[in-house]
Design a protein around this ligand. Sequence first.
Ligand SMILES: Nc1ncnc2c1ncn2[C@@H]1O[C@H](COP(=O)(O)OP(=O)(O)OP(=O)(O)O)[C@@H](O)[C@H]1O
Ligand SMILES: [Mg+2]
Length: 379
Amino acid sequence: MQVIPIASGKGGVGKTLVSANLAIALAQAGKRVVLADMDLGGSNLHIVLGMTGLKGGIGSFINNPDVSFKSIIYKTDYKNLLFIPGDSEIPGMANLKASQKRKLLKNLFALDCDYLIMDLGAGTNYNTIDLFLASGQGIIVTMPALTATLNAYIFIKHSIFRIMDTSFRRKTVAREHIDRLREDSSAIQKVYIPKFIEVIRKEDPESYERFMEKIKNFSPLLIMNMIEDPRQAGIAGKLRKSCREYLGLDIEHLGVLYRDDLQTVALNSRLPIIIYKPQSVLSQAFYRISEKLLMDYRHDTNPDEDYFDESYMNAEIEAQADFSAKIQSMEELLHSGALTSADMIDIIKTQQIELNEMKKENTLLKSKIVKAANAGYKF
Ligand SMILES: Nc1ncnc2c1ncn2[C@@H]1O[C@H](COP(=O)(O)OP(=O)(O)OP(=O)(O)O)[C@@H](O)[C@H]1O
Ligand SMILES: [Mg+2]
């Protein structure tokens, strides 16, 4: 079974949308898929899937010993796809006890399927990170806004620290180093992980080896969602550069997804977009990503730098191709008369509002960055 946790750091960037659509695409390709809503406290995957009348989910399984794990696995309208809802009986992932988490993971990992897709909540609490680290091949969803890419970076950074936590045993030199770092919040922000690991290698080779053994299997994948312009595909490259430089980790690009207003219509119809409109550019991008997952290249090969480079180049080419496809379908709509001039005015008005919002966010972030840079924060 391949476990694919889907995380982001920042909320509202499209984790749930990606989880639902990828799960269906993989199921349509003949794989047996289980989709689990692990966003405890904020579960909404059932809405995207259009599932109603669910009696219980992970919350009731955890809280009530009479609820069996089997009873919270539901059939869906889609062949090969089973669904485990979250439900709101527990306040959130952060409140999950270690024993509850173990019980949950034990049951999830014993499932008989090809793919287990876990839709995680926003944030960087330990439980969310641990679920993300339950597999070395989790997906990070982000979007071009600076806050979103920064949050993705911070999520990856926290994940690496968590791997250190589980590699450095008590009373070792490495543990002392990391505890000291934790005591000083500005030091932890500024730490340059490759350098830190080099210190551990010299001073505590045993802990170093244990860390290297674990980090070897950690290769998160990236999805850049809600782009509006092919040039925004390049933002992923910047995130990759920061990860390589400051975290000593490369990440593969799985691909881009354009923002598409059709998604809102699909959501209101309680249908995942790849069911609502399989031919749309967004749906086709989901199929493209699912095919990349199905190729499963990395299971038997150790990817080198060229492999990662290529994933970014492909994403840029795909972003360009999707953009042309979108323009073409827009032209077809215009010529068919399906789009009225009132529609066009509406579109332009919405774009102006969005632009203003982005300008405001930009100004705010600029001032925050200047402040952080003055305080010596390294991004
Ligand atoms: N590519 C897209 N085009 C249009 N709308 C999108 C796109 N991606 C996501 N959305 C919309 O953005 C909103 C947030 O998406 P979603 O719920 O999947 O994010 P999330 O990361 O799971 O959020 P949360 O952190 O709250 O769980 C939803 O209304 C969704 O329909
Ligand atoms: Mg969500």
